[in-house]
Design a protein around this ligand. Sequence first.
Ligand code: SF4
Length: 354
Amino acid sequence: MSDHVTTTAAGNGALATGQQARPSPDRVEPSILFEARDLVKRFRTRGHTVHAVNGVSLRIPRGRTVGLVGESGSGKSTVARLALRLLDPTSGELHFDGVDLLRASRREMRALRRRMQIVFQNPLGSLNPRMRVLHAVGEPLVVHRIAKGRQLVDRVVELLEKVGLSAADLYKFSHQFSGGQAQRIGIARALATDPDLIVCDEAVSALDVSVQAQVLNLLKRLQAELGLSYLFIAHDLNVVRYMADEICVMYLGQIVERGDGDTLFADPRHPYTQMLVSAVPEFAPGREGERRHRVAPRGEPASPSNPPPGCHFHPRCSKATARCRTEAPKVHRIADGRTVACHLYDPAGEANGK
Ligand code: SF4
């Protein structure tokens, strides 16, 4: 299933690899900074083919956040790694600021890598325990030959202050920090090269709820100040909804529903989204205190090395029909601009082939 979708944003940015002035994050129609088209990633392991990502398309406007949500094994983290070219796709296209990432020269890629950074899930595990904060945060500045000596120290202090730490932390080691503070160091490191896009891969999942809120607010403040774009990946619906302008729901390597966060959670359409939203009962925007009609989670996701035929969700779907077991659904655009990959929204009405 391929689901190339047009979002609210206008056309692509200029073809350029250099750093460009960032537009204000509250522009009405921001241009597209990053675009993935029909991304496919298959892995061969022990004689099996794992269909990790199967036809994912997404566009991230400048200064905005696109959220990817789904259960573990849905392919979210593989999309993150493909987006940053930490993995090569089996097929598909990747564009960053108008540059075709799969055709970019090594020199172009090196320049572009400065502008695309990642914040990982495990803040303490992702920092080298033998590195002092100065070196952990300053390493990208050294690797990209942006700063050294006094200039490096000054820039790292500036970055630490941006994330709520201080010069007093410069010579500490990561084990001297709490999880939330360590994630602030991870964010400072991601900011070091002055990026345009940050991929947050389960960036707050390992943190306590109160600390999560602080780190999410920090990410929002940095976005407003710096005009950053985020690809925000999480399995926690509350977190994704808080952060994202547009949400893509992934199931077994495919985006099954996408739309504006509030609309999607207030009125989920795909049976899988309905199941996910229903599993978070406190989530009733504008209807706090009301109980949602609960759709009990059914079963476990199938293995990406052996996805079910037809609609991959059919073994877990309470609305599945005979057609769902044999025919993969197309992506249908529904009235509020959302897209849903489900036969129930086929205007021909045959999904429905009861
Ligand atoms: Fe359920 Fe069929 Fe829709 Fe798949 S296509 S989500 S099985 S109704």
